[in-house]
Design a protein around this ligand. Sequence first.
Ligand code: CAA
Length: 240
Amino acid sequence: MARVAIVTGGTRGIGKAVSLALQERGHTVVANYAGNDEKARAFTEETGIAAYKWDVGDHEATLDGCARVSEEVGPIDIVINNAGITRDGVLQRMSFDDWNDVMRINLGGCFNMAKATFAGMRERGWGRIVNIGSINGQAGQYGQVNYAAAKSGIHGFTKALAQEGAKYGVTVNAIAPGYIDTDMVSAVPAPVLEKIVAKIPVGRLGNAYEIARGCAFLCSENAGFVTGSTLSINGGQHMY
Ligand code: CAA
């Protein structure tokens, strides 16, 4: 059945691949984005997917944005909380803003999106929320106390909300991507990245579509018994 799906940070990187994978499966997809108008315009031209601009870290803006999408496109049944930023640096050199921006956008964004959409899903008796966590939220990562804390928070958020959604047909799951070939990962200094890739048993970075396909499964009708789970897609880099 075709649903209205929204992908935050949905015009680039993993988000773009998820937007396309959900569109391929017949859903009406809306991509949210925060900054890059030019990329968003090019994305809409290329895919026909509408792009809506707001900062998911801003609570009011998220409530307004989702209300606009519901009015203009339809009730939102699928939410992919993908929007995320990095502000890497060792603790000693990390500012409060580096900490706060990452918490506000990466983790706060999940809360804001859920506040905007969960009640409607509950009322309609069907919903899918997929939160994009990270291997670095599971295992920690040197230079990422902010990002690891936010992503780890996403995994806890997922398990708690899954319990609240279960009896209403709303599933809440997480994906924990490893290192995927995106702009975010190419910002890691080359010598550091080389050492990381050397530790990936599959021997390469992941591809955004490898995350998107997992996400599409979690959003499918068939995945109704999967909730509160974390799907790790990381080339074997972290197993537990
Ligand atoms: N473990 C232990 N020590 C480490 C280390 C590690 N993983 N990485 C670096 N160090 C050590 C270095 O050996 C160096 O030690 P010495 O001073 O004794 O030589 C010291 O830490 C400083 O290292 P840098 O020169 O790299 O320090 P910097 O201040 O220039 O940079 C950093 C620090 C910003 C954290 C940089 O190392 C970095 O960018 N690391 C990558 C962080 C990372 O993996 N980010 C992931 C981004 S992608 C993402 O987040 C997506 C996802 O979900 C997977």
